[in-house]
Design a protein around this ligand. Structure first.
Ligand code: MLT
Length: 330
């Protein structure tokens, strides 16, 4: 940007109230996944939207693929105010604000519309407040990434029993660990930023993540089989450091929140447009998709029966699960 036009834009921004300081700011945003996935799409849309709203005075610089550390590290740094923003998976944010786990219980969310209903409704608003309170970061947008599907390099998996003898990587997330335990194995918790290498070096045999994430991370190079067990609809929050947020002018806060809402809408549309095509691309690259035997029944029943009750306290009581179900019309 030429200095003269930058100066004019800054004056416009100050007049609009979206710059609380005399200098332009560049927000640093970590993005856990590689470019090309749903996190990147959300982050890029948010960046464009916010830069447009602030006449280019405030910028957003994106750092994908764990460049700024593990997704957990980025939460700690944002809480301290040393990182402005991060896009990460809900399962990696939930350990910092346990009530978020209600959205990660196996099979609680059955499609993208339900995920959208929950995050945009009363449940979502309460979870945003809880996350500010517990983790000092504020969720301003959500990526809808689709259901997590199981991938592995060894054999077609249709039943939970097929997992026996396999080493499956999971995030450091208690709900997910206990879900695999309900399916009969002890999974290996590992940071997301270390997962590709662990798969490549065959330290682990498999993992689960949405189709679009599998493609963005090039897991097709190191994994062969996919089982769409669809146990967890992957929501990926865009968070801003609460300290950074509170230092913005009210108009700038509004601009950030509006950009987050727009990026959320875009993410939902992007998932609808893209997921099927990405699934086909993965098959064209040699991945084999095997459906779970008998639908997901064998996976869902045991996971729901054993895992949900263990997390009643974590999510704020059984009544929170009941309220979630009611919000979904069940
Ligand atoms: C994980 O598996 O740790 C995350 O869900 C991956 C991601 O952030 O996309």
């Amino acid at each position: 940007m030429r200095p003269k036009s930058a100066g004019i834009m800054l004056i416009v921004a100050i007049l609009l109230g979206i710059s609380g300081t005399a200098s332009a700011a560049t927000f640093k945003m970590a993005v856990g996944d590689a470019q090309g996935g749903t996190q990147w799409e959300l982050a890029s849309f948010f960046k464009q939207s916010l830069e447009r709203k602030t006449q280019g005075v405030h910028r957003v610089a994106l750092f994908p693929n764990g460049q700024l550390g593990s997704e957990e590290d980025t939460v700690n740094e944002a809480a301290m105010g040393t990182l402005d923003m991060s896009v990460l998976a809900i399962n990696n944010l939930a350990p910092f604000s346990p009530t978020l786990s209600v959205l990660t219980l196996p099979y609680i969310v059955r499609n993208a519309d339900e995920a959208r209903t929950l995050v945009q409704g009363e449940i979502g608003r309460e979870l945003v407040d809880n996350t500010v309170r517990d983790a000092q970061v504020r969720i301003v947008g959500w990526a809808f990434s689709g259901f997590r599907v199981l991938t592995n390099s060894r054999k077609p998996v249709t039943n939970p029993e097929d997992l026996s003898g396999m080493v499956i990587r999971v995030p450091k997330n208690e709900v997910m660990i206990e879900t695999y335990q309900a399916w009969g194995i002890n999974p290996s918790p590992l940071a997301w930023s270390e997962t590709f290498t662990a798969l490549q070096q065959k330290v682990v045999d498999g993992q689960d993540n949405p189709f679009i994430t599998v493609a963005a991370m090039k897991f097709d190079e190191v994994q062969k089989y996919i089982t769409p067990i669809r146990y967890l609809f992957s929501l990926e929050p865009l968070v801003i450091s609460e300290e950074v947020f509170q230092h913005q002018t009210p108009a700038m806060q509004d601009a950030i929140l509006a950009a987050g809402r727009e990026a959320t809408t875009h993410s939902y549309d992007y998932l609808q447009r893209t997921e099927r095509e990405v699934r086909q691309q993965l098959q064209a690259k040699g991945m084999e998709i095997v459906e779970p035997a008998g639908g997901e029944e064998a996976w869902a029943k045991v996971a729901m029966e054993r895992v949900w009750p263990r997390f009643y306290d974590t999510v704020g009581g059984k009544e929170k699960i009941d309220a979630t179900q009611r919000a979904l019309g069940r």
